[in-house]
Design a binder for this molecule. Structure first.
Ligand SMILES: [Fe+2]
Ligand SMILES: [Fe+2]
Length: 179
């Protein structure tokens, strides 16, 4: 397995969530009330899975290793774009969380902001994934030898193992803070 194989599999899961978000977005466009339970799940999924777990491995493992290699200007430029796009995704997610908070505080106008920011994520992820899957991940594997690629796969697995513990330790800490 290539390290980018793991990341590509995660892209397929992110795409599944994007499809579900399209349904919710269509409902909102029809003037229906936001499904807050679903929006909470979207916020958790994008924050923990798509950003911390998935972008986390891209940034902390793959991109970090690529920075040590004499990569081409073309690949350097794409990597910078991808990093900027991760920042953009985080900003949109923060706006979605803020819009949901305002809605729960009684600001009914914020439904349009929930819809708008959800749509920005729906537009953002497929384009970002396409850039990685079809223009970056496989060509940059050429910079690594077999041992380096195996090592990256191991590091990706370790990263995932640590994450689940961090996530639920975080849940405990958050509950403690509220008490
Ligand atoms: Fe990415
Ligand atoms: Fe990705």
């Amino acid at each position: 397995m290539l390290p980018v194989g793991m990341l590509m599999k995660e892209h397929r899961i992110i795409e599944e969530m994007i499809k579900l978000m399209l349904w919710e977005s269509a409902r909102l466009k029809e003037g229906r009330k936001p499904d807050i339970n679903f929006i909470d799940k979207v916020i958790d999924f994008i924050k923990v899975y798509a950003d911390e777990c998935h972008h986390g491995k891209e940034e902390d493992i793959l991109f970090k290793e690529l920075k040590e290699k004499p990569i081409s200007q073309k690949h350097k430029k794409i990597m910078e774009e991808l990093l900027d796009e991760h920042v953009f995704g985080r900003q949109v997610l923060a706006s979605l969380a803020e819009a949901k908070k305002k809605y729960l505080q009684g600001d009914k106008e914020s439904v349009s902001l929930i819809e708008k920011n959800m749509h920005r994520l729906i537009d953002f992820y497929p384009a970002h994934i396409d850039k990685e899957d079809n223009h970056f991940f496989l060509p940059v594997m050429e910079y690594f030898d077999e041992r380096e690629k195996e090592e990256m796969v191991c590091r990706c697995r370790e990263f995932d193992m640590k994450m689940i513990h961090q996530k639920y330790k975080g849940v405990i800490e958050e509950i403690k803070k509220r008490r």
